[in-house]
Design a protein around this ligand. Sequence first.
Ligand code: ATP
Ligand code: MG
Length: 199
Amino acid sequence: MHIQELVLDDFKSFGRETHIPFYEDFTVITGPNGSGKSNIIDGVLFALGLARTRGIRAEKLTDLIYNPGDDDTQRAGPREASVMVVLDNSDGTLSRSQVTTAAGTEKVGDVDEITVKRRVKETDDNYYSYYYLNGRSTNLSDIQDLLAQAGITPEGYNVVMQGDVTEIINMTPYQRRGIIDEIAGVAEFDAKKESAREE
Ligand code: ATP
Ligand code: MG
């Protein structure tokens, strides 16, 4: 399974619908400082629910909505941003996955293409965050359960951020082994064992 395409709309510096293709083995994004490279990665973390706002360099969710600045005309209606991640599942990684959406429990993984989308909307006095799986409204925990089947977790090292490498180098061997446990999927069982012991 791999990311096939990212669709950003009014997310951070992407003030209009932007489609970014990803290839199966290797994709490099280049550009000048401040051109939005890291914002693309922030978009992936936002849509897949893999990071808190600080991890995507925003104080609050609504900071993620495109801000046209002073010299642009005010846009009418509630402000909102969205990011959709299109996953290529043609290798069947998520073939037996079931999720509960607003429409009830259904199989999502029997298709070659899976989409995960998140929207944040700001109204006069509040803001709202919505998740969608294959176009149907769902919640974060179902998205996380689905992605966990492909080894994608918020604690995981699927995304290695700037500074992570230095941090890993400066760790003690014991702490570093913790990372290997995490990647190998052993840490999850250690945590479950620990909580079972406490009961
Ligand atoms: P570098 O090479 O320095 O790492 P980069 O290509 O990773 O740069 P980003 O950090 O992705 O750049 O983009 C930063 C830009 O995004 C800044 O100019 C910032 O003003 C802009 N930006 C962030 N949030 C918003 C927003 N909500 N609306 C408009 N622009 C935004
Ligand atoms: Mg950057």
